[in-house]
Design a protein around this ligand. Structure first.
Ligand code: GLN
Length: 461
């Protein structure tokens, strides 16, 4: 699918307008860097699928064009000597690295308030958060500055901000996109994801970055994704509705938007069926053991010697303490402490081993449902719409609970997509489709058909 050309000047002006409005969605942006790439693409003799599409890149994905800070003081001026495979492929397909976008430090957070460069504002209401951790990418797409952006997912960091901002967000299957050049957070969960103004744009970017990469041994031995979006309806598809994602106390506006979406799925020809994923309530606790455990190991490399910040100190241990104490923000320090604790000799079995056992059950729940004749699942993406800045900052567990519907897909390694399905008091509501591992094509087809059937602008209450 070829993307329609939007003049690069339009995106340049859009990014500047977003920054002038104070969204704080970008960390690095330079007109000359963008124009140089646009000229190079214009000079190519054969057409490219992305055709000069300007793409915002989350600042935990390595690029040669700009620094890669992870929104952390510890990598404040870090210039990567190599670029992520996804970025190389994006550029080969005619995509332009437009800017680097703001995030929760190292991807840890759900509101993009935990950034060393300040919080990102929601494009529709500056007092609210855009979600996180890929909040800068989501806000830029929602503000109309760029049509697509890359984000990353460890536990919902593309889908949750996509839902809050009213754009499309895709988390691919684990292994679909190379992690080479994505700064590691939780290596068994991490995956680069895509934001788009609509399903077609997001799908074409995902096609361009997917595929086996010899630099990432966990990338799947598969050809790059092809998603021509050629389905006209959903006839013959069975869509499961997991009851655990529709609790009785679900926000009434979100429940109403889901009911309308379920009708739209049925009107498009799908059959819907209530199913059960019995370990869903354990996904959050399980994720918040495994992700910090892996983070504590991955972030050990920021020692003041090899990368970025070095705070001078009289001896090596003091250097570690000073650099890591000053370089990491509070949430990152909290994750490292939790992760170190659950991996420590006395607690490993009680927390880490237990969490791995729960993770296997969560994956099995999905496998069982998909083996029972269900093609896709539909759920709300989040239990709430965009919340106020500061609302959950003093209560980390309340912040973690905003991810209850998204992190199980990461634990199971399956693809999932969030798309706008309505509004509540003017704020976007997201709906989520989930598919068996490597069934992105079916998921994208269904989302594309559904997009046509939804009157997403309708006020829900
Ligand atoms: N909000 C989750 C966390 O804080 C997810 C982060 C992510 O997906 N990068 O860990």
């Amino acid at each position: 699918m070829t993307h329609s050309i939007r003049p690069i000047e339009d995106s340049l002006a859009g990014i500047e307008a977003a920054e002038n409005r104070g969204l704080n969605a970008t960390i690095s942006f330079d007109r000359d860097i963008v124009n140089r790439q646009a000229e190079e693409i214009a000079s190519r003799t054969s057409p490219t699928p992305l055709n000069g599409l300007a793409v915002g890149i989350k600042d935990n994905i390595c690029t040669l064009e700009y620094s890669t800070t992870c929104a952390s003081r510890i990598l404040e001026a870090y210039q990567s000597p190599f670029e992520a495979t996804a970025v190389t492929r994006l550029r080969a397909a005619g995509g332009i690295v437009a800017c680097k976008t703001n995030l929760d430090e190292f991807g840890m957070g759900s509101s993009t308030e935990h950034s060393a460069f300040g919080r990102v504002r929601h494009p529709l209401d500056a007092d609210r958060v855009p979600g996180g951790s890929s909040g800068g990418s989501a806000a830029l797409v929602a503000a109309g500055a760029v049509d697509a952006a890359l984000g990353s997912e460890t536990g919902g960091s593309v889908r949750q901000p996509a839902a809050f901002c009213g754009v499309v967000g895709i988390k691919p299957s684990y292994g679909r996109v190379s992690r080479h050049g994505l700064v590691a957070f939780g290596s068994s969960l991490d995956q680069i994801g895509v934001f788009g103004v609509n399903v077609a744009v997001a799908a074409s970017v995902l096609e361009s970055i997917s595929g086996r990469d010899e630099y990432d041994s966990t990338s799947a031995e598969l050809e790059p994704l092809q998603a021509p979006l050629d389905r006209q309806d959903l006839a013959g598809l069975v869509i499961g509705l997991p009851s655990e994602f529709f609790p009785e106390d679900l926000d009434p506006a979100i429940a109403a938007a889901c009911r309308r979406t379920i009708s739209a799925l049925e009107n498009a020809g799908a059959t819907t069926r209530t199913v059960s994923l019995p370990h869903t309530d354990l996904a959050g606790p399980c994720y918040y053991v495994i992700a910090p455990a892996e983070a504590s190991a991955n972030l050990a490399r920021y020692d003041g010697v090899r990368y970025g910040l070095r705070v001078p100190a009289p001896d090596l241990n003091a250097l570690y303490r000073a650099t890591r104490g000053e370089g990491f923000g509070a949430e990152v320090r909290r994750r490292i402490i939790v992760g170190t604790y659950v991996l420590s000799a006395g607690y490993y079995d009680a927390y880490y081993t237990k969490a791995q056992q729960v993770r296997a059950r969560i994956a099995r729940d999905f496998a069982t449902v998909f083996a029972s004749g269900v093609d896709l699942l539909f759920t709300p993406t989040t239990p709430m719409t965009a919340f106020k800045a500061g609302e959950h900052l003093q209560d980390p567990v309340a912040m973690y609970r905003t991810d209850v519907f998204v992190c199980s897909a990461n634990l199971a390694g399956i693809p999932a997509l969030s798309m706008p399905i309505g509004r509540s008091d003017g704020l976007p509501i997201g709906g989520q489709l989930l598919a068996p591992a490597f069934e992105e094509r079916l998921m994208l087809d269904a989302a594309h058909v559904l997009e046509d059937h939804i009157e997403s602008e309708e006020e829900t209450r």
